[in-house]
Design a protein around this ligand. Structure first.
Ligand SMILES: [Zn+2]
Length: 432
């Protein structure tokens, strides 16, 4: 999404050279990297499959992802659905990958056959790190599920570019004894009460912080409402005892909600005491189906208002509820806005959210980029390209409205992309 003006082009060129912090991603190194054997398999990844399914492609997706099936055989099946959905922002990513990595302007069978022998290698260490480095990514905040026992003991180290977050839902969405045991075994402990469990989790968080973990991340919004009610300890304890006293018992949902809510609030106190910022999934969810209403950041207000000493980084522009998000960031000193993922869910919405934020929310509270993708460097950098476009678009818009000048626009872009997250997450880089 571009303005066809010199002002936009000038701004966009300068933004290209600004280093960025990738505020949210799901990989660490090439360990789980994919291998591409066939062009359609390599392009029908990331978030695009959700729109592909939405356009009626669910039944053919598995066939199209099969690396062994020939491209020519797949093409008529693929083309039919592609033509129905090629103008969404998710579809823009494979289009841009075709262009930037293979020099092809159009999605055609001929283009796909030409790139067959040139497919990039996401598992290749040099390709992986060079691609991120060339794009200007200095650091990534990663939400991954690694062996925390090994991590805490120093037997597992992340690539230098990556900073870990506590994957929080696993600690509070416990439904049975096995889930409790999975957590407590990180410290080789056995717990017999709710208090002991909370203490064990706090110790794990503290040890993770000692090893370089910089925050907590919670995506409970996929499976439950993000309204975490204040809950009497007694209510939580009854549920906890049910599963800890009898390992055969299982809690259902919403039966387990009071325990989940109670633990979440306990962990916010850990976040405060350990000075760990908390990233919260709000708004749109990956995949298809699901219930958007339960993810609206406005539901999270009681937590924000109670835990005033915890810093919250609210994700995904709360899409499609931008007004609520702007309100929260404006009124709550402990709320920042994170544009991870949303820039390429909806660039029009994101540019307008950014423009509007400039006149409503202190600009130090915006984190401008998060690739929020898997182990595919070509997708990561294309997500960054779109995010840079969105920032340039919003700032051009505000210059044209005579709200800021060009020099101020560049200062804002540096803060959004680098300085704000650097300071918020205490990453320790010199500001730019
Ligand atoms: Zn994510």
């Amino acid at each position: 999404m571009h303005f066809k003006t010199d002002l936009y082009r000038r701004l966009r060129n300068q933004i290209e050279d600004i280093s960025v912090i990738d505020c949210h991603d799901h990989t660490a190194g090439v360990a789980y990297g994919r291998e591409w054997k066939e062009p359609i398999q390599s392009l029908i990844e990331g978030y695009f499959p959700a729109d592909f399914i939405s356009a009626g492609g669910e039944k053919v997706l598995e066939f199209l992802r099969d690396p062994e099936k020939p491209t020519a055989e797949k093409w008529p099946v693929f083309e039919k659905i592609w033509k129905r959905t090629e103008f969404t922002s998710y579809a823009r990513v494979p289009k841009l990958i075709l262009k930037r990595f293979y020099g092809e302007d159009k999605m055609t069978l001929e283009a796909l056959l030409r790139i067959k022998d040139k497919l990039v290698k996401p598992k290749d260490e040099t390709f992986y790190h060079d691609t991120l480095k060339t794009a200007g990514i200095r650091c990534r905040l990663v939400n991954i599920w690694i062996d925390l026992k090994k991590y805490i003991r120093g037997e597992l180290t992340l690539p230098e570019i990556d900073r870990l977050l506590v994957p929080l839902p696993g600690f509070h969405a416990i439904r049975n004894f096995d889930a409790i045991h999975q957590i407590t075994s990180i410290l080789d402990r056995h717990v017999t009460s709710l208090d002991e469990y909370v203490d064990c989790c706090h110790t794990i968080f503290a040890k993770m912080k000692d090893r370089g973990t910089i925050g907590m991340k919670d995506q409970s919004a996929y499976t439950r409402s993000i309204r975490f009610e204040p809950t009497a300890k007694y209510e939580a304890e009854v549920l906890f005892n049910k599963i800890v006293h009898n390992p055969r018992n299982n809690l259902g949902y919403p039966e387990a909600k009071p325990l989940d809510d109670y633990l979440f609030h306990c962990f916010m106190r850990s976040a405060r005491d350990l000075d760990l910022p908390v990233q919260i999934h709000t708004g749109h969810m990956a995949g298809n189906y699901n219930d958007i209403v339960k993810t609206n950041a406005a539901l999270f207000t009681p937590v924000l208002e109670l835990h005033r000493d915890v810093k919250f980084d609210l994700f995904h522009g709360n899409w499609p509820y931008s007004g609520e998000l702007l309100y929260l960031a404006k009124n709550f000193p402990n709320v920042h806005i994170d544009l991870c993922w949303v820039s390429f869910i909806d660039p029009v919405y994101s540019a307008s959210l950014l423009s509007q934020s400039l006149v409503t929310v202190p600009h130090c509270k915006i984190h401008g980029f998060g690739a929020d993708t898997g182990d595919m460097p070509e997708y990561i950098v294309l997500h960054l390209e779109i995010s840079r476009d969105v920032i340039a678009y919003a700032l051009t818009d505000m210059i044209q409205k005579d709200w800021i000048d060009e020099e101020e626009a560049i200062r804002i872009a540096k803060d959004w992309l680098f300085n704000n997250p650097n300071e918020f997450f205490k990453l320790g880089f010199d500001s730019i």
